[in-house]
Design a protein around this ligand. Structure first.
Ligand SMILES: C[S@@+](CC[C@H](N)C(=O)[O-])C[C@H]1O[C@@H](n2cnc3c(N)ncnc32)[C@H](O)[C@@H]1O
Length: 232
């Protein structure tokens, strides 16, 4: 596996964070249900989660009888993912050079990770190569115009530089995906901050975290964007 110095630093940072915080570093399992609603994968279809982390997305998909594949730069993540999803096919590797044949997958996710990657165009071109025509693709990516990023993380340099945390605005993400040849089906604001707040305010209430809701705010205010795209 070829990694440059920046990627080596990202790998080390993630190895350490997964060793020290484990699943506490990531959202809980139910936060991943929304992506299943969006992708609506068929049982036995082949799904690839790029930068799969500890395997939470794949765990939710395995329960829907989807054939799961995952890849991550962090060896600690790969180890954790294999434990959480024993029947999934997990590889230690770099998203810039995917070890899969052309036109393999029916669907693909890349969550909270694309903004951390060095050569995003190369990552997208690899994802397009390994997915089938008409494949559903879902990205969750950070919004640089969100209040937290714009007025706290970025100006106070509080964002995680060693883990290469970054953000783009809605137009920049849209252009990046369209230039790669992807068709935008729909863009949603990240629902998890809302569901987490609802849970804190009304802990007795059962929340369907897989439900897509309509927010009365402009998409540009979203904490993160969820892009549902199709390979044409
Ligand atoms: C914030 S975590 C998200 C993990 C997972 N997608 C989730 O939502 O639970 C970002 C992940 O991206 C992985 N990553 C960063 N750069 C990568 C690359 N070039 N290739 C593969 N994985 C990468 C990290 O190792 C880390 O597991």
């Amino acid at each position: 596996m070829v990694v440059n110095r920046e990627q080596e630093q990202i790998k080390t940072w993630f190895d350490n964070i997964y060793k020290t915080r484990g699943l506490r570093y990531l959202r809980p399992l139910r936060a991943y249900e929304i992506f299943v609603t969006i992708l609506n994968p068929k049982p036995k279809s082949k799904h690839l989660d790029v930068a799969c982390g500890l395997g939470l997305m794949l765990k939710v998909l395995e329960d829907k009888d989807v054939t799961c594949y995952g890849i991550d730069l962090s060896e600690v993540a790969v180890e954790g993912c294999r434990k959480l999803c024993p029947s999934a096919h997990i590889t230690h590797g770099n998203a810039e050079k995917l070890p899969y044949k052309d036109n393999t997958f029916d669907s693909l996710t890349c969550l909270g990770s694309l903004e951390r990657m060095i050569d995003r165009e190369q990552v997208l071109s690899e994802q397009l190569r390994v997915t089938k025509k008409g494949a559903d693709i879902c990205y969750m990516v950070r919004n640089s115009e969100n209040f937290t990023w714009r007025f706290l993380l970025k100006p106070l340099k509080l964002y995680n530089r060693k883990g290469h945390q970054d953000a783009l605005n809605f137009k920049q993400w849209k252009t990046l995906f369209e230039n790669a040849g992807l068709k935008i089906v729909k863009v949603y604001p990240d629902h998890w901050p809302y569901y987490r707040m609802m849970h804190i305010l009304k802990p007795w209430k059962k929340i369907n975290t897989g439900k897509i809701i309509k927010f009365p705010m402009r998409i540009s205010y979203a904490y993160e964007f969820i892009f549902h795209l199709k390979k044409q």
